[in-house]
Design a protein around this ligand. Sequence first.
Ligand SMILES: O=C(CO)COP(=O)(O)O
Length: 242
Amino acid sequence: MNIRKLIAGNWKMNGTVAVLSEIETIAAGTPDSVDVAICPPFTLIAPASGRGVPIGAQDCHSASTGAHTGCVSVAMLKEAGATLCIVGHSERRADNFETDSDVRAKAEAAQAGGLIAIVCVGETLKQRDAGEAISVVQGQLAGSLPENRDGLVVAYEPVWAIGTGRTPTTGDVADMHAAIRAVVGPAVRILYGGSVKPSNAAELLAVPNVDGALVGGASLTAADFLPIVAAAAGVARNDATG
Ligand SMILES: O=C(CO)COP(=O)(O)O
């Protein structure tokens, strides 16, 4: 099955109004053959919207309203202009103690509110070194994925590859994405995330069952992000011709 590639940027707790013009540059430089999205901090969702790139949130609450100080609901995100929402990022699983069932509830809330959910999974270095990477991720998928797979996106982000400059071998990415594919079926987009850069994007995006990338540091400037988008377009062209 030929799935359109998605290159999504996760700005994490970075960015200011001053850098939002990067989004227009990304919009102008993105070919029709590739989907892109940018997930800025909550405060930038509204001003980032309407600049030609779909905008996502980095988290949502599973409840629609209520006494949840500091949290943001799906309806609020939609009203601000978001069309996607990352859930279960390893930084939230670690920093905010989010469990698989929390992540599933968030994904279900996002879908019910009309947002595309990007559900993140990935093993720690200790788990990989113990030979448990695939079973850990299978467990996270079993606990975190919503029933409804329409429009769902899964992001495989090995924790030890995030922000470290290290990436798994293409063979390890292929094995993991094949294992995820076996769970999610043919239509769900499976992104790779963790130290994706212009220099390694083409190689990673050419791996079977890699349907795009979730990019952290290299999504903060159009100068770094657009070569990754271009790499996805090149791979899409090869898929179409070969
Ligand atoms: O966590 C990530 C995206 O969600 C990856 O971050 P880096 O691309 O900075 O390694």
